[in-house]
Design a protein around this ligand. Structure first.
Ligand code: HEC
Length: 232
């Protein structure tokens, strides 16, 4: 890296206050050079020099298949059509909700609103229940994907919600409980799942994961550069 040479020359030649500035500027250049070098290395690690994609895709996809992030791995429509994901499985999952919610027609509002007919209903629309402002202003309806994302992590889906529930990590359980709610006063059509399309989704998801990893690496190096600049 030529920056280091410049930096050494600066230190050797000048004296006085200008020297301090040059030294600092030298370090900034050095840090920037280092960051650039790292991102080039990162680029090689993720891509290699050969632009061809290998026949069998690399470890990124394998990791996904082994079950890292379920949202990447499986869509709601796939989960809804899986063996064992059904109304009775959903009834068991609903035990987690029953402390705060009733589901039968005309059931009382408790800590949370009665959920009879909630699938397809307006968000925050149960009469006589005092919603948080977050939920009453949210808008929209409870479709399959909305319910999936909400139950995965209520607080990240709806900032400021009063639902004190951490969420359900398994997409099969989220799908099952949505089917159970759908069978109690709603009758939304269950989305079909076409296996071929889903395989393509997985390939796309794998590529996205790769791109994300690359972006992470780039962000990390630019953070390092920023940190180096800040500490001057
Ligand atoms: C600790 C109590 C609690 C638990 C457990 C809980 N909820 Fe809730 N839930 C609430 C509260 C409170 C609200 C209203 C949130 C607000 O106003 O921001 C709510 C709102 C909802 C809504 C929106 C209703 C509407 O009218 O739009 C749905 C759907 C829902 N919960 C589903 C569930 C499901 C399914 C489970 C179980 C997997 C569950 N909740 C578990 C307290 C709970």
């Amino acid at each position: 890296m030529t920056d280091t040479t410049n930096h050494d020359a600066d230190q050797g030649s000048d004296a006085g206050s200008g020297d301090m500035f040059n030294t600092a500027a030298g370090w900034v250049l050095f840090a920037a050079g280092l960051g650039l070098g790292l991102s080039i290395v990162a680029g090689k690690v993720f891509h290699g020099n050969d632009p061809q994609r290998p026949d069998t895709l690399g470890y990124v996809i394998e990791g996904v298949e082994e079950g890292g992030d379920e949202k990447v791995e499986m869509t709601m429509s796939e989960a809804l059509n899986m063996d064992g994901v059904d109304v009775s499985a959903g009834e068991r999952v609903f035990a987690k909700c029953a402390a705060c919610h009733t589901i039968e027609a005309g059931g009382a509002n408790g800590v949370g609103p009665n959920l009879h007919g909630i699938m397809g209903a307006n968000v925050g629309g149960v009469a006589g229940y005092g919603y948080s402002t977050a939920m009453s202003n949210f808008g929209g309806q409870w479709g399959w994907d909305e319910m999936n994302e909400w139950l995965n992590n209520p607080r990240s889906y709806m900032d400021g919600t009063a639902m004190g529930f951490a969420g359900i990590s398994s997409i099969e359980d989220r799908a099952a409980v949505a089917l159970y709610m759908n069978a109690n006063g709603s009758n939304l059509p269950v989305p079909e799942y076409v296996a071929v399309a889903a395989e393509e989704d997985e390939a796309v998801a794998g590529e996205e994961a790769e791109v994300e990893a690359e972006q992470d690496a780039a962000e990390a190096t630019s953070e390092e550069t920023a940190a180096a600049e800040a500490s001057e």
